[in-house]
Design a protein around this ligand. Sequence first.
Ligand code: AMP
Ligand code: TRP
Length: 333
Amino acid sequence: MIFLLHMKPVIVSGIQPTGKLHLGNYLGALKHFVELQNSGEYTCYFFIADLHSITTDFSAKEKREQIMEVALDYLAAGLTEPSIIFQQSAISAHSELTWLLNTITPFGELRRMTQFKDKSEDMPENTNVGLFDYPVLMAADILLYDTKFVPVGDDQLQHLELTRTLARKFNTKFGKIFYEPKPLMTSVPRLMSLDDPKKKMSKSRPAGCVFIDDGPSVIRKKVMSAVTDSESTIAYDAEKRPAVANLLELYSAMSSQKISDIVKEYKGKGYADFKKGLAEVIIAELAPLQQKKKELMKDLPAVEAVLRLGAAAAREVAEEKLLMAKRKMGLEE
Ligand code: AMP
Ligand code: TRP
């Protein structure tokens, strides 16, 4: 078995630069990235999934800004050395391994992907081959780095399962060079929309989102108008009272308080008090990130330098793994 030399288990994850990040991205992914990095137990690669982001409608004029926006969010949230932070498209091995993996990917598996079905329904006029192939690119992102764990929200589990299938298939067919990665999820793997607890919080439905850049007055307004239900007590019941349960999960994750303690705190109080409290914990949790982002924005060349350094480090690892794959397939000596 040939693996690259890594001292610690490797973590890889990415976020698409498609607009402002919301609290679902923050609690399902970004905050977790920072915790995993700070545990010191992993070698971490965090990238900006720009190649994935161009599979949905976009404006070339805005793309660069969106890429810098995710870079700023990463750094403002606390990602830093020794984590390797880079832009996906800077490393051509991601695209190249995608092609190699394409040749062992069953067409039927991709056709079954929920995200593909949803997105192609949303944009029938732009159901492009890249959108179809999206999960294979994601598999390449992961397999290039001998990844053990992938921190993502639960909407990515199906893609991760495909990654494991492709690793297994390649290993069996050509020789063992890929690890089968496992997902790592937070306590909030699926934050629901504030205006509809049946739908997940998503950039495509901004009305139900709190964005991590939102200021205090916007946050207060959005939280005060979040849907609840016809009862009046604050209690956790995910089945019968999903809207209030979602707000309690959000409160708990943003304040690091246990749900049972929050319920106790609001015993005998109504939705208005609870929502006021929730807005304040969101504001307090986001304030340091927003402050740091403002400072980072004053020196964008420094942010670009982080990405360049990250790309140089990631490229070395990725190219070595790609070469192994090509050798196993008989394309290289
Ligand atoms: P994306 O913006 O689609 O690249 O997503 C970035 C990360 O955020 C992925 O790990 C997603 O699984 C995660 N994510 C997106 N929406 C939510 C949500 N509503 N709740 C929890 N995690 C989410
Ligand atoms: N598909 C992921 C999303 O939409 C983003 C992503 C691309 C990713 N490549 C990845 C996440 C590799 C983890 C690992 O959220």
